[in-house]
Design a protein around this ligand. Sequence first.
Ligand SMILES: [Zn+2]
Ligand SMILES: [Zn+2]
Length: 329
Amino acid sequence: MPFRISPFWWPVLGVASPIILPFLAVKNKRFKKNCGIALDLNKNRIDNAEPFELPELEFLELTILVEEKAEEGYLGDAGVSYLFRTNLGSLLFDVGFGPERPALAHNAAKLGVNMDQVDSLVISHLHPDHMGGLKASLLNNVSLPKELGLPNGKPCFLPAKSEAKGFECEQIDSPQLLNAGIASTGPLARGLFFLGLTEEQALFAHVKNKGVVIFTGCGHPTIELIVQMVKRLSNIDIYAIGGGLHFPVTGGRGNRMGIQIQTIMGTGKPVWQKITDDDLSNTVASLNDIEPKKVFLSGHDSCDHSLERMKHELNAETEVLKAGVTYRL
Ligand SMILES: [Zn+2]
Ligand SMILES: [Zn+2]
């Protein structure tokens, strides 16, 4: 694995260590506290989750607007934006880096997608690669490229307190049906070393004659926990699982200035520990136990090594999501 922080930075880190080490100690204390809070929150939420009826969808079609991997002519980016269309409507899941990078505007235009065709927006979690960029994250305000058109007060379902200019914002605090026949697991929490207590919601829906389809954003709460919640909410067999699982084992995406941000941020481990092949093996085993028929992997937060391993080791029919492609689930 290449260095998570380039040797170029090591002298700087050495000189700054009298500041960095106490800072990391404070962060670690808060991280441990947040891990405890997340554990309690999630246990409570799962214990108290009430099953509800999911509409049986005639079809569910998924068009990938932003992903790390892309079809020829489309731009790849280390973010996520998925458009779900069903016989009951449409729902946009996340907006990648929004106006900060060209992928969403370019790919949406090429696919002929704009806000007129979107009934609602769902944000999985408030990280820059899902809510519209670093500025959106710092301002806590979801941001879309203007080329997509105006939201005109359409609903935006958020997993935590945030704004989304032009939308009618609704903070989701428990599992519920959103729109287009697609439901949210409600927020599930994860303590992250630098990013703090992170709330993330995943989507799930029931496709006729197939079963339940689950889609995650970054998958920070872990797919195991997300599936545990979905199983509390519905007893229908799981047909497909898709989205981010966060396995930057041999390297991260979107590296900046010699720093592999994804291997340091968002792993759910202290900064000095890596996500390992053993971690991936455990999740592969869990997914094989769950027995979905299909798995759709996101390359935006998993390295090629992890994607290849999953493609070979998962029993499910497995493919890597690509921007520009429409999948019929
Ligand atoms: Zn992500
Ligand atoms: Zn994230």
